[in-house]
Design a protein around this ligand. Structure first.
Ligand code: SAH
Length: 353
């Protein structure tokens, strides 16, 4: 069977599924889910992420976390947690760079939150020196030690619910299937109006008919749980993702396969399916939980103030002409407003220190 067959049968028996359920199945179905199947990253995969573009990304983030570690009083032991570590490249770069600062790497206990068995294997070989501990869920991460956590392109993979404004109010958008040749569809399902759990920022905005709104209880829940971890023993968390700093309406669900955007219903379980992160909503969650929030700010600006341009210059001094070009290309991809510099946002949470 494939995810297509599975979903067809499921919809025929139980009716259309809400967008969030579709997203969860497409990404995380134990057998057919996208992240259960293979390594999605890199040239041979479907998409490339910042740590895969350049080691400078992890180097700059290491500087950030060393600073956070100092802020909480350089504890002798802390949990260095990465959520959705992909191939483990970011953590490897951060640990390598962090070891330059006396005591940091020795104090770090590497913990990884990862569901994909294929990626766990890659992380195991990439990070063997650091004897990482894996978790399926944030609730498994110990709370008796300060935590420094990072999540790059992790939140975008957590499901969003979608609603569309109809004549009678908001209706849930669902994925359905017609046997008469139309096949799968995604649209508002006419069961009548519902009251979505919008954050205030969205609830205060007036929507025209046909407007689409997204909310993600999965992301809010994750950030809330992270805040509770930070409050237990202190620490900080850095979230990096594409998304918007202010809540607004719009359909941002997207699928990517072989580095190209494709229809969100095509290639089920074989394309990456994500939606933009509403950082304003998550900032509100964190503030309500009582942790300090910095940002969100644009990734380009964050990397600039964290010293990535100076780092690139230093690397170029010892590089060949070809490597110098590669460094410049990577720097541009990570920081330029037309590349990842503006669309990607960075938001920091911290507690204590
Ligand atoms: N952070 C990495 C990889 C990003 S891809 C990088 O920047 O290269 C998304 C990562 O999140 C993958 O490792 C994927 O397996 C993981 N992931 C997706 N959904 C998850 C979930 N619900 N719980 C834990 N990990 C998840």
């Amino acid at each position: 069977m494939s995810l297509i067959e599975y979903l067809k049968n499921h919809i025929i028996q139980h009716g259309p599924v809400p967008v969030a359920e579709y997203m969860a199945l497409a990404l995380a179905h134990p057998e057919y889910g996208y992240y259960m199947r293979g390594d999605p990253l890199g040239v041979a995969g479907d998409f490339t992420t910042a740590p895969e573009i350049s080691q400078m990304f992890g180097e700059v983030l290491a500087a950030y976390f060393v600073h956070q570690w100092m802020k909480i009083g350089q504890p002798e032991h802390f949990i260095f947690l990465e959520c959705g570590p992909g191939r483990g490249t970011l953590m490897a770069d951060m640990m390598r760079t962090g070891s330059v600062f006396p005591g940091f790497a020795e104090a770090a206990q590497v913990h990884l939150l990862e569901t994909s068995p294929v990626l766990r294997d890659k992380q195991a070989s990439m990070l063997a020196d650091y004897e990482p501990v894996w978790h399926e869920d944030l609730s498994e991460v110990p709370r008796d030690m300060p935590i420094l956590a990072v999540a790059n392109e992790f939140l975008d993979a957590l499901p969003v619910e979608q609603y569309e404004m109809g004549v009678d109010g908001w209706c849930a958008r669902k994925v359905g299937y017609e046997d008469d040749g139309e096949g799968f569809w995604i649209a508002m399902d006419g069961e009548g109006a519902v009251t979505p759990a919008f954050d205030t920022a969205l609830a205060e905005q007036r929507a025209k008919i046909g407007e689409i709104a997204e909310v993600s209880p999965a992301r809010s829940g994750f950030v809330r749980a992270m805040c509770e971890k930070l409050k237990a023993a202190g620490g900080s968390a850095l979230f990096i993702d594409y998304g918007h700093s202010k809540s607004g309406f719009g359909d941002t669900l997207q699928a990517i396969k072989d580095h190209e955007y494709c229809d969100v219903l095509a290639h089920m379980g074989e394309a990456d399916l994500t939606a933009h992160v509403d950082f304003e909503a998550l900032k509100n969650v964190a503030e309500r939980a009582g942790v300090d929030v910095s940002g969100p700010m644009e990734q380009g600006e964050f990397l600039r103030v964290m010293g990535m341009f100076e780092r690139a210059e230093t690397l170029k001094e010892a590089a060949t002409a070809k490597q110098r070009t590669e460094i410049e290309v990577a720097l541009r991809r990570l920081t330029h407003p037309d590349e990842m510099g503006r669309l990607f946002k960075v938001m920091g949470l911290s507690y204590g220190g």
